[in-house]
Design a binder for this molecule. Structure first.
Ligand SMILES: [Zn+2]
Length: 310
């Protein structure tokens, strides 16, 4: 009997991520492996996790935004539970885990913004440029509402999808909303971008918090729009989240905006948890988040085996 390795109901930071990844990799050799796809501004590793040995690939990532680190816990919990079910030949809901992961590999980047997560959880003092951070934060030592990376660039406004027209850019480094001086100027987004292009992901999911909403559309049209809607409806069936209809000129720059726009394949941004305002989602919300989302990786991996996803 395998035991679970990841405890998602704790302050989940970079060191915990490293410990858990090392344990998972030893425990599930042949099923799971990790690699480093880049380094953050402060030289932390950006990890990718490969789960399964299927020919098709999908991609789930979390914590583009610093304060949204509970998305890392969620993805790590998923990885752990899927591995255990695989070796024990168990199903999760209606999903036969072994069958799915033998056909489809799920790739994860559970923590895109490790410096930001550490800043939110531990403050500015162990950052490489603490004075600069204090200044950006108006002298406040509480960094719990921070979204950007460690040099004040919002990593979900960095991708080359109508980047020039992103709404409400603040024009200079800030705790949130600054799109940077050019697309992919930050090592974290560059790493995720290049990692994506090096693969053939049939679809992608970028987890954020909060609001219990699902972004799914961006500028998709034609068959892509139809496929995206079909998959979005399936995610909504599990999560109960509200579909977002952005109108004719949605602001771009987000990871899934770029994925949809540039790769012409479906991509989804679920906002986990009821709305909590500018702070991390409290751990007390985790049980519902897990119930809503535990099957999503398997659901999407299973769906891409079906004919309507191209
Ligand atoms: Zn976010």
């Amino acid at each position: 009997m395998a035991t679970l390795i990841v405890n998602p109901k704790q302050l989940y930071g970079y060191e915990q991520l490293q410990k858990d990844l090392a344990k998972l990799e030893t425990t599930y050799q042949g099923l799971l492996s990790t690699q480093i796809i880049g380094k953050s501004v402060d030289h932390r590793n950006i990890y990718a996790v490969k789960l399964g040995n299927g020919k098709s690939e999908i991609f789930l990532n979390g914590a583009h935004h610093a304060r949204e680190w509970l998305t890392t816990s969620l993805l790590m919990n998923m990885i752990d539970v899927y591995c255990k079910a695989y070796v024990e030949e168990e199903s999760i809901g209606e999903f036969d885990v072994r069958n799915i992961l033998d056909n489809t590999t799920i790739w994860f980047v559970p923590m895109v913004n490790p410096d930001g997560v550490e800043l939110v959880q531990k403050g500015h003092e162990n950052a490489k440029n603490p004075e600069f951070l204090l200044e950006l934060n108006d002298g406040q030592r509480d960094f719990s509402s921070w979204k950007a990376n460690i040099r004040g660039v919002d990593l979900n406004r960095q991708y080359p999808a109508d980047w020039g027209n992103i709404a409400d850019d603040v024009g200079q480094p800030a705790p949130m909303m600054f799109k940077g001086n050019s697309p992919l100027s930050e090592p974290e987004t560059k790493a995720v971008y290049e990692f994506t292009l090096a693969h053939d992901f049939k679809l992608a999911v970028a987890y954020h918090s909060s609001g219990e909403e699902l972004f799914w559309k961006y500028n998709a049209t034609g068959q892509l729009l139809k496929t995206a809607r079909k998959l979005a409806d399936k995610i909504v069936e599990k999560t109960g989240y509200d579909l977002v209809f952005p109108g004719d000129n949605p602001s771009g720059g987000g990871y899934t905006d770029w994925f949809i726009d540039s790769l012409k394949r479906p991509a989804f941004t679920p906002e986990i948890s009821p709305l909590v305002g500018p702070r991390p989602v409290p751990l007390s919300n985790y049980d519902k988040i897990w119930q809503d989302n535990k099957e999503i990786g398997l659901l999407l991996a299973a769906e891409i085996g079906k004919k309507y996803v191209t």
